[in-house]
Design a protein around this ligand. Structure first.
Ligand SMILES: Cc1ncc(COP(=O)(O)O)c(C=O)c1O
Length: 355
């Protein structure tokens, strides 16, 4: 494996070389995958579609998927673009709206890919620190940015800002507001999504992924919702066949079995409560999470050792070796038994303080 891969691509994807879950004993709580499998309807549809038709190209504009998604989300197919994961859509957005020196603003800490993509486009990165409670920073709207990103719920904090605050931000920014809702299905209460606002706000793009709530990270499917004008512009930028035939089939089948997804969300929400309570009992500050992960903080204590020691016990969590986050761990909500195993190990570490 090349050094370049190790240092750059692997870090970006949260991939730990040599530590993929080939070994069943690894408890993988570092990249916010769903611990439950996708709907049986998805598996059946994939089996059925794995046939001679794979010699044909997929639908270039994902028309069938967009029709089904439009129905589920109460918009028109013209308001939707399908991408190879929401990461690809983020890249399409960046290529559509940002040229050299264009300003791109986002609050930090947040999803690290925004940073990387601005660099690739040679845009000007404007970061605004989140306040302690992870509310929308007051100065975010006034940055005169071509693009503003808001991850809601945010990663790594798991915190959610209200619909009213997002709407206020969308109305106040100079350019486009992208709301990355990768985790919104896990929000504590329904109605957290900004998606219905695309009808009234011509500068709003809302992103969803099938990687988290639909348990389909391996299939790479994301959706962007926006005005017809924005979507048609982004269509010109995307690759011709950006989603393969099987991903299109999987996404369509997943949308046809919403109760499966809703059931898994309820299970994860229950485990999230157990995980958060267990960590708080150990003296961590745990941010109120609306995602399938929690951020646990021990103010001004570097948690690298905790991360390393968990890793040595085959439990992978996310440690960010960057200033301001070294006292935090981001932990994906796993199955109940995985949550228990993690809590048990962390408790054991607490009883044997680190050198
Ligand atoms: C905030 C956020 N946006 C987007 C993504 C990418 O999702 P996808 O798997 O659809 O590319 C992730 C993945 O972890 C994420 O955390």
């Amino acid at each position: 494996m090349s050094d370049y891969f190790r240092k750059n691509i692997a870090a970006l994807a949260g991939y730990v070389p040599g530590e993929q879950p080939r070994d069943n004993k690894i408890i993988k709580l570092n990249t916010n995958e769903n611990p439950y499998p996708p709907s049986p309807q998805v598996i059946a549809a994939l089996r059925k579609a794995s046939n001679r038709s794979l010699r044909l190209y997929p639908e270039p504009l994902a028309e069938s998927l967009r029709v089904v998604a439009a129905n589920v989300y109460g918009v028109r197919p013209e308001n939707i673009l399908a991408g190879n994961g929401s990461d690809e859509i983020l890249s399409i957005i960046m290529r559509s709206f940002v040229g050299p020196e264009d300003r791109v603003a986002f609050p930090v800490p947040t999803y690290s890919l925004y940073d990387t993509l601005v660099d690739i486009q040679q845009g000007e990165r404007i970061t605004v620190d989140y306040p302690a409670d992870f509310a929308v920073p007051e100065t975010l709207a006034s940055q005169n940015a071509a693009l503003t990103f808001l991850c809601n719920p945010n990663s790594p904090s798991g915190t959610l800002v209200s619909l009213q605050d997002v709407e206020r931000l969308a109305r106040a920014v100079a350019g486009i507001l992208v709301v990355d809702e990768a985790y919104v299905d896990f929000a504590e209460s329904e109605g957290a999504s900004t998606l219905p606002l695309i009808r009234h706000l011509g500068n709003l793009i809302v992103l969803r992924t099938f990687s988290k709530s639909f348990s389909l990270a391996g299939m790479r499917i994301g959706l962007a919702f926006a005005s017809e004008e924005i979507i048609s512009g982004m269509m010109k930028v995307k690759d011709s066949y950006n989603l393969n035939r099987l991903s299109l089939v999987a996404a369509t089948a997943a949308l046809s079995d919403m109760p499966w997804m809703a059931r898994n969300i309820r299970r994860i929400q229950r485990s999230r409560k157990v995980l958060s309570a267990g960590l708080r009992k150990m003296g961590f500050y745990v941010y109120p999470s609306h995602a399938n992960f929690v951020m646990a903080r021990k103010k001004e204590q570097n948690l690298k050792d905790v991360y390393e020691r968990l890793k040595s016990k085959k439990i992978l969590v996310r440690y960010f070796d960057i200033p301001g986050l070294q006292d935090s761990l981001r932990i994906t909500v796993g199955r109940p038994q995985e949550v228990q195993a993690l809590l048990k190990e962390m408790k054991a570490l607490g009883n044997h303080p680190m050198a």
